[in-house]
Design a protein around this ligand. Structure first.
Ligand SMILES: [Zn+2]
Length: 85
C-alpha cells in the first residue's frame, strides 16, 4: 500500500457524468470494491469505506497515470475549469 504522510494512497480513474460533472473511482483493497468521490481532486479525502481501516486516516486519491481515458477526462475537466475562470 502506497502512503503519503502516513496516509494511504488509492489509485483512481477519472470519469464524467453524461449530464456534466466529474467524479473519481478508486479500487479499495480493504473492502474489495470501488469508492467514488465527486470532482477531480487529488487532495486528502474522507473515507467512503465501510471497513474501519481508513476511517481514522482517510486516504488520498491519485489519478492513474497509466490510464489513457483518465488522461482524456482530466484534459476535458481542466479545459472546462479554465473556461469557467
Ligand atoms: Zn473500501
Amino acid at each position: 500500500m502506497r502512503r503519503r504522510n502516513g496516509v494511504p494512497v488509492l489509485l483512481a480513474t477519472a470519469h464524467r457524468y453524461k449530464g456534466g460533472g466529474y467524479y473519481m473511482k478508486a479500487w479499495c483493497p480493504m473492502c474489495a470494491g470501488y469508492h467514488t468521490h465527486g470532482g477531480i481532486d487529488q487532495s486528502h479525502r474522507a473515507s467512503h469505506c465501510w471497513t474501519d481501516v481508513y476511517k481514522r486516516t482517510g486516504y488520498y486519491l491519485k489519478l492513474d497515470p497509466d490510464d489513457p481515458e483518465t488522461a482524456e477526462i482530466v484534459k476535458l475537466y481542466r479545459k472546462e475549469q479554465r473556461a469557467r475562470d
